[in-house]
Design a protein around this ligand. Structure first.
Ligand code: ADE
Length: 230
């Protein structure tokens, strides 16, 4: 068993790196792949950079060069559903790319042309463990839902309403669904765990700066719980 852990940004990975015992670090595609152990499990941690392309390239390297058996994406996200607040945690039931748009050819928004699936279901066991670990902390609410990803930082009420109506999204971010598709292509079980940093509304960038580091702290204990029980 070897678990690939992808964070988009340094801030998201830093607290995890602190508790990991590091064996070796290698750089590829300008990404630093840190191998070691956490909760006695072999892990490879990496900062992919922001956006779907970085995330997909990163996941493919983890598949090819490290033969990871599981992929976990950890980080922050914007809340879409009204009952989801900053500091809450959303674990993905499934993910899709909200900016995939081939409606000109009659496809639904989010649908990937000539591809089996567009809604990528996360692995049941990984997701159940993440939910269980997260619910141990009663200081915030844990949600299970659809996470949508796109190469856009969402910061308007209109766009949130659109994501909610079109995709029934619980949260939005910029990498999860790309990792999900790469995992699907490589037959690797995956899940995505996101702490809410903002409500993806007009105040999103301000909230984001205020909550992101605190929100990230919530993901650390969840990840360690998942690793311990996997
Ligand atoms: N990550 C955190 N907040 C986000 C938002 N509002 N839109 C996209 N990605 C995010």
């Amino acid at each position: 068993m070897k678990i690939g852990i992808i964070c988009a940004m340094e801030e998201e990975l830093a607290p995890l790196k602190k508790i990991m015992s590091i064996k070796e670090t290698r750089t590829k595609a300008r990404m630093e792949f840190i191998e070691g152990t956490l909760e006695e499990k072999d892990v490879v941690m990496v900062i992919s950079g922001i956006g779907k392309v970085n995330a997909a390239v990163c996941a493919q390297i983890l598949a090819d060069d490290y033969q990871v058996t599981h992929l976990i994406n950890v980080g922050v996200a914007g809340g879409v559903k009204e009952n989801i607040q900053p500091m809450d945690v959303v674990v993905a039931k499934a993910l899709l790319q909200h900016d995939m748009d081939v409606t000109a050819f009659g496809l639904k928004r989010g649908e990937i042309p000539r591809f089996e699936s567009s809604l990528f279901k996360s692995d049941e066991k990984l997701t159940a463990l993440a939910l269980e670990g997260s619910r141990k902390n009663e200081d915030y609410t844990t949600h299970e839902g659809i996470i949508v990803s796109g190469d856009q930082f969402i910061s308007s009420k209109e766009k949130i309403e659109d994501l909610l109506e079109t995709f029934d999204a619980a949260a939005c971010e910029m990498e999860g669904a790309a990792i999900a598709q790469a995992a699907d292509l490589n037959h690797i079980p995956f899940t995505v765990i996101r702490a809410i940093s903002d409500n993806a509304n007009t105040g999103a960038s301000m909230d984001y700066e205020k909550f992101k580091d605190l929100a990230v702290e919530n993901t650390v204990s969840i990840l360690t719980y998942v690793l311990k029980n996997l």
